[in-house]
Design a protein around this ligand. Sequence first.
Ligand code: GDP
Length: 488
Amino acid sequence: NVSVSTATSVSQDKLLGGLLSAAFDESSCQSRYKSNLYRKPSPFPLSPYLVQKLRKYEARHKKCGPRTKRYRRAVKLLKAGRNTDDSECKYVVWFPCNGLGNRMLTIASTFLYALLTDRVLLVHVPAEQEGLFCEPFPVSSWVLPGSFPQNNPHKLHIGAPESYANMLKNNIVRNDDGPGAPASSSLPPYVYLHLEQFQLKLSDNVFCDEDQVTLSKFNWMLLKSDSYFAPALFLTPMFEAELAKMFPRREAVFHHLGRYLFHPTNRVWGIVRRYYEAYLARVDEKIGFQIRIFPEKPIKFENMYEQLMRCVREQRLLPELGPAEPPTNATADAGDGKVKAVLIASLYSGYYEKIRGMYYESPTKSGEIVAVFQPSHEEQQQYTSNDHNQKALAEIYLLSYCDKITMSAWSTFGYVAYSFAGVKPWILIRPDWNRETSDVACVRSTSVEPCLHSPPILGCRAKTDVDVAAVKPYVRHCEDVGFGLKLF
Ligand code: GDP
């Protein structure tokens, strides 16, 4: 029956081959179904095993999520200061850190961790993040209820006595699990996993089997991170086999998990859709430039602009300017009349003004038309403004619809955009610490995975600091952060 099979394939396409659950009401979150229509189909096949794992996760979330009696029981035990070993539901609670790009990368890493450890992911949503994302799991919520007893993010820091590292130091837990290791019921009611980079090293004593066995005994885990720690999970021996089944193509971890988890709410989707339909829908090619200047490494406008233009020239990203108008009888294959859109994401308007001015004042050699757009220029980063974050999210999405992306080194904002797109970006290399300019303008990324800026020390109790990229065939150092690691 032709019509049935067509209907099935259409709905399968809509659900991204089973990545998305069919159990949602479409109108409540239009971006879930519409966003991918603005992109080319994903180049990365989805493993049926991952799909199965996601459906199982959704069932667990429904069973254990907020407003269930299992959740109420778990909170009651937490309030009573007790950890039990008969718990049906275990939780990992994510707390925010840094800007939106960082948050999306750490939520996805925490979700992957929840998938691997059979925990339920709950998210502490501060005011500036409210109303940005749709609920990702059907018939339930991932939002941590306001009445949660350990709801104070300020208590979560490297010195917190509840942090796993400090519990180890103070002999409250042991990571050898041998005779004499404490039983689950004698453990504190929660553990805090502090995964913030410290001097560009991710916390030690976490990505090791022994530690994971100990951590698995806690019913409640609170977690705060500033790093895309998914690659570190691949370095934990006990997760290796499962991860290989979930991600036969390891470079598509954030690409799939990000497309599964993050869907702008109808309000934010309105911004994305209006902009896309007004400026990008009808062009022949879309090229995204994301320019991020970090306070810790300021780069002068002229230097950044010169580097961007050098990259554009070397990689032939935009048509060259010509001395005069091309003849009116130029042939179609000379590109005459084709429109290339340049989408600029930046806190500042200078790059847009200059590039737009250039293509306004001069013709291109090929006769192609270059149209330059920038949705906003907020001037300042504002971590705590909801309106500001809505625009940031909209721009991450708009960048992710581009066919080619050039981005600033080190930016998690850019990482999220290219990973969603499934496009390997050109990365504008950061000048060395003692220089104002970089000799290399840009380098093409070898993978669509984000970079983990702060790898953990491998070797666990052996404490040998080996170069992970030299021993694991599926990670390599990042183009923009030499000591960083990325899956490929
Ligand atoms: P990173 O600091 O580049 O790794 O990215 P984050 O997203 O974690 O933090 C940067 C924050 O600055 C963003 O979340 C935005 O709030 C803001 N920001 C930076 N660049 C842009 C931009 O191009 N457009 C908008 N709207 N906001 C930006």
